[in-house]
Design a binder for this molecule. Structure first.
Ligand code: WQD
Length: 346
């Protein structure tokens, strides 16, 4: 079996990608310092796939610790790099924390990839690199605008670092630009575990519906959109996960057009905040308690993908629609509540 290193394997998208990789015949190891995740998802991965995944609890900013993972696993054929901080608001408050963690970690990892001649590298990028797009839907050649946050800047710089590295090394890379990953695994055994009060819309919806948050605030309904609220391209985390496996196979089969190909991972459908809320209410049967509040600084009005390049290039099939996204997110929230109540009753 081909061995793949997933950094950030205990995180939301990392854990779902590990499930998909195993289900497609790969052997997987994880490197996650658990600074913003727990080891729990690894148990969930084992429950779903029957496979135990080893996690190396290393800080990628520590070169020697990171190199030791490669020394112990010289047969790694691919690296999928998720490990990074991703809270837009926090990055504005603590820019140096984001530049240090996201970029130092990436450079150390690439130095190991180079030292061990790892042939394939897949990078977790984001539609954030497009900023406030001039035209919609965005395509991979759409202009890269000034980043709206230091978080977005680390994704833009990360892409450039990988582009330069891949051109000079024996490694072929892929940059995957996610739109808005949401939902949870259909088994509700793994899902999103936001730290503290969720900033992202869907966990904020489900935590409001379950009563953890008293009321959802819609950040503005006076935008120039069909209902005044911002438009995004929400995409199920399992569809994001399958795209990573397909991206690795695309590189292994040497179907890549360049040393560093780029793909948009979105459904191509723009959905407003109010439409997302109503979809949730429909599938959950819960009347959501929300109010309209002020705009959130840094929000783009609308962004959604042209995903044709990924669909055709990666043979990618999108399997989950908006109702599935809301249903799986809600089932996961209900599962968390059940687990919390079981702990309380013990
Ligand atoms: C979506 C819409 C909010 C919460 C960010 C990052 C992006 C990626 C995904 C990492 C916006 C509105 C939200 C709430 C609301 N992260 N909203 N009330 O900002 O599009 O993308 O997360 O890769 O890089 O930029 O996602 O879910 O935070 O917001 O009205 O309580 O929901 O204003 O219009 P966003 P989001």
């Amino acid at each position: 079996m081909k061995k793949v290193l997933v950094t950030g394997g205990c995180g939301f998208i990392g854990s779902h990608t590990i499930v998909d990789l195993i289900e497609n015949g790969f052997e997987v190891i994880s490197a996650d310092d658990n600074s913003r995740s727990s080891a729990y998802p690894l148990l969930g991965i084992e429950q779903i796939t029957g496979k135990k995944v080893k996690n190396y609890q290393v800080d990628l900013k520590n070169f020697d610790e990171t190199l030791a993972v490669f020394q112990e696993n010289p047969d790694i054929v691919g690296v999928i790099h998720f490990a990074a901080y991703k809270a837009v608001g926090e990055s504005v408050e603590k820019p140096l924390l984001y530049y240090e963690n996201n970029l130092f970690g990436l450079v150390n990892l690439l130095k190991c990839v180079q030292e061990f001649s790892v042939p394939h590298f897949v990078f977790s990028s984001s539609c954030t690199v497009y900023g406030n797009p001039d035209a919609l839907p965005v395509v991979e050649t759409s202009p890269i605008k000034k980043a709206e946050s230091p978080y977005g800047a680390t994704k833009q710089m990360g892409e450039e670092i990988i582009r330069n590295f891949s051109g000079s090394a024996q490694t072929s890379s892929i940059l995957l630009r996610y739109f808005n990953p949401v939902g949870a695994h259909p088994t509700a055994i793994i899902g999103e575990q936001p730290l503290g009060k969720p900033q992202n819309l869907v966990p904020a919806i489900t935590q409001t519906a379950i009563g953890k948050i008293p009321r959802l605030v819609v950040h503005g309904n006076d935008y120039p959109t069909r209902d005044g609220s911002c438009i995004r391209d929400y995409i199920h985390v399992c569809d994001i996960a399958s795209a990573h496996t397909l991206a690795l196979l695309y590189l292994i089969d040497q179907r890549n057009a360049s040393a560093c190909d780029v793909f948009n991972l979105g459904t191509g459908n723009g959905v407003s905040v109010l439409e997302a809320i109503h979809a949730f209410e429909k599938v959950s049967g819960v009347q959501l308690n929300y109010e309209i509040g002020p705009r959130r600084s840094g929000d783009v009005v609308a962004v959604y993908a042209n995903n044709e390049f990924a669909v055709k290039g990666l043979n990618w099939q999108i399997r989950y629609d908006l109702d599935d996204m809301m249903r799986t997110a809600w089932n996961w929230e209900l599962k968390i509540r059940k687990a919390e109540e079981a702990v309380k009753s013990n």
